[in-house]
Design a protein around this ligand. Structure first.
Ligand code: DAH
Length: 336
């Protein structure tokens, strides 16, 4: 009996250590040794055949073997569970990575960058100015005194008597000339604000201001630079025209129209049948403005221009609703 018990334990150990972590094989082994009809039970049955003198000793051996087997199996089970848990927590380096979603620039930012890039290429330096602006820079020094009717053109957000949210980027002209001696060639993008809100106006929008002043700069330079810009921005075949206009800070003044990008000048809903779209205001800097910044109007001439970035972006990308720029709907923004 002793020999049989030893054999049984030895076999059980070997089987257990040879088990891969297959739960089915593990259960089969358990039944084989510890089951009701298993090998151990078989030995217990044989106890009856053992002589009286030896039975006590044989019984003790069998009971010991039973508890030894149970320990072996429960230890093996614990070990398997540990391994399983470890495997679940470990990182599988062979799984393909998840790509982080790529962001992109807002179409307004893209358009502003493109406008500045073209003017940088033409020798203009990019500068900026404050959005909360003094009445002096926003109006006064641009030849728009306090009760000038031209102030009605721009519904202003007043912060106090003397402080406003800038209604255009033109004050940057004045700030730049105040700080620098001519010649000056700058391009200035930024946010602007007006008390206006409907389908075609938002209280905050964007403009780019340009300024080129120095000795001997003429209206011919204005036409040349702005024509080059339009051809770079909208393609060399697009038609453009300079149309007389008025701004208090330029004389003479001109607005630039381009051939309608939707109908190619034939006349449609977007250009209201005219075939033309206005894209910017411009003119020769008024001598009055030079007086505010200490330039000599007898010596210095130059031109300035300003344009709305939303408008340029709408024409460039064929967008027909201004509000799309401000809703931040990803389905819209992802297209650019
Ligand atoms: N500031 C003008 C506006 O907001 C645009 C403008 C027109 C700017 C003529 C200029 C200019 O510099 O010369 O409508």
């Amino acid at each position: 009996m002793k020999k049989a018990v030893e054999n049984l334990l030895e076999t059980a150990c070997r089987v257990l250590s040879g088990l891969q972590d297959d739960p089915k094989a593990f259960e089969l082994a358990r039944v084989r040794f510890l089951g009701r009809k298993g090998e151990l039970a078989q030995l217990f049955k044989e106890l009856g055949k053992v002589s009286e003198q030896e039975r006590r000793e044989a019984g003790r051996l069998l009971n010991e073997a039973k508890s030894r087997l149970e320990t072996l199996f429960s230890e093996a089970l614990d070990k398997r569970r540990e391994l399983d848990a470890a495997r679940r927590e470990s990182i599988d380096v062979s799984v393909p990575g998840r790509r982080p979603p790529a962001g992109r620039l807002h179409p307004i930012t893209q358009t502003a960058t493109e406008i500045c890039r073209i003017f940088n290429w033409l020798g203009f330096e990019t500068v900026e100015g404050p959005e909360i602006e003094l009445d002096y820079y926003n109006f006064e020094a641009l030849n728009i005194p306090k009760d000038h009717p031209a102030r009605d053109m721009q519904d202003t957000f007043y912060i106090s008597e003397d402080v406003v949210l800038r209604t255009h980027t033109s004050p940057i002209q004045v700030r730049t000339m105040e700080k620098r001696k001519p010649p000056v060639r700058v391009i200035a993008p930024g946010r602007t604000y007006r008390r206006d809100s409907d389908v075609t106006h938002t209280p905050m929008f964007h403009q780019v201001e340009g300024l080129m002043v120095g000795k001997g700069i003429s209206f011919g330079d204005l036409k040349g630079i702005l024509t080059t810009f339009v051809h770079q921005m909208f393609g060399p075949s697009v038609g453009l025209r300079f149309r007389p206009s008025f701004f208090p800070f330029t004389e003479p003044s001109a607005e630039v129209d381009i051939e309608c990008v939707m109908c190619r000048g034939k006349g449609c809903r977007v250009c209201k049948g005219t075939g033309w779209l206005e894209i910017l205001g411009s003119g020769m800097v008024d001598p009055e403005v030079y007086k505010y910044v200490g330039y000599d109007p007898e010596e210095i001439t130059g031109f300035a221009f300003g344009m709305g970035i939303e408008r340029i972006a709408m024409l460039k990308f064929g967008i027909d609703d201004l509000r799309l720029f401000f809703e931040n709907d990803l389905r819209f923004l992802k297209q650019f």
